[in-house]
Design a protein around this ligand. Structure first.
Ligand code: PEP
Length: 252
């Protein structure tokens, strides 16, 4: 059975003190939570990863990085590699977030190299993809999503898919307050599961968790998560407030 996952992408928010206090609140809230088949992940900024790992050692929270460089080491000022993340027990990385694509020029080619590098280190990947508003208006959303996944992931062997989680994040819904309707989310998630089945097998398709991201809030989480092909969410803004994030986790 595939896992349900609720992951919080904290982006460039929370200094060390705020990171500690948010984690403390989350840990307290999760003590009472029935998590069943749900995995909880948080992605603080690089500088707070180590303290987050330490603070969540005994908690049902995994820590992920928001990005990494494809190279193992070298002259890449300001960058962090997969092996560095692994060395502080960060075993999961978010790749392909639309903000990385839009503001830092991350292309499919760059992302493919990052995916390969993360997998070489046995890391797990939350791979984000999603169309822009202009693509949806031009009825190109299926082909855009298919090419993003095809260009970055479909060269991988079937065995690598145990380490891949997908996150459908329509760019027009990220941080905008506008959410895809449950039907729009389900439609894309089912389509993506279909192309994975065609490329690999029904087993890989059924085992791959596909998260939805884009203005998920306590008020809309339940109806989005109720869809058969939506296996949880990647949460931005609402992950910064413990009570909201806990409510979203409870909605699954
Ligand atoms: C995100 O950045 O991955 C995201 C989904 O943000 P928000 O929930 O704020 O739309």
């Amino acid at each position: 059975m595939r896992k349900n996952i609720v992951a919080g992408n904290w982006k460039m928010n929370n200094d060390a003190k705020e990171t500690k206090s948010l984690l403390k609140e989350l840990k307290k809230g999760l003590k009472k939570a029935k998590l069943n088949n749900t995995k909880v992940i948080v992605a603080p900024s690089f500088i707070n990863l180590k303290l987050a790992v330490k603070q969540t050692k005994k908690a049902p929270i995994k820590v992920a990085a928001q990005n990494m460089h494809a190279a193992h080491s070298g002259a890449f000022t300001g960058e962090i590699s997969a092996s560095m993340l692994k060395s502080i027990a960060v075993n999961t990385v978010i790749l392909g977030h639309s903000e990385r694509r839009a503001y830092f020029g991350e292309t499919d080619e760059i992302l493919k190299a990052k995916v390969d590098s993360a997998l070489e280190q046995n890391m797990k990947i939350i791979f984000c993809f999603g169309e822009e508003l202009k693509d949806r208006q031009a009825d190109q959303h299926f082909s855009v999503v298919e090419s993003q996944i095809n260009n970055v992931l479909f060269h991988l062997p079937e065995t690598a898919w145990k380490r891949i989680v997908l996150a459908y994040e329509p760019v027009w819904a990220i941080g905008t307050g506008e959410t895809a309707t449950p039907e729009q989310a389900q439609e894309i998630h089912a389509f993506v599961r279909g192309i994975i089945e065609k490329q690999y097998s029904v087993t890989v398709a059924n085992q791959t968790s596909i998260l939805y991201g884009g203005s998920v809030k306590p008020t809309n989480a339940k109806e989005i998560f109720a869809n058969p092909d939506v296996d949880g969410g990647l949460i931005g803004g609402a992950a910064l407030k413990a009570s909201d994030f806990l409510e979203i986790i409870a909605a699954i």
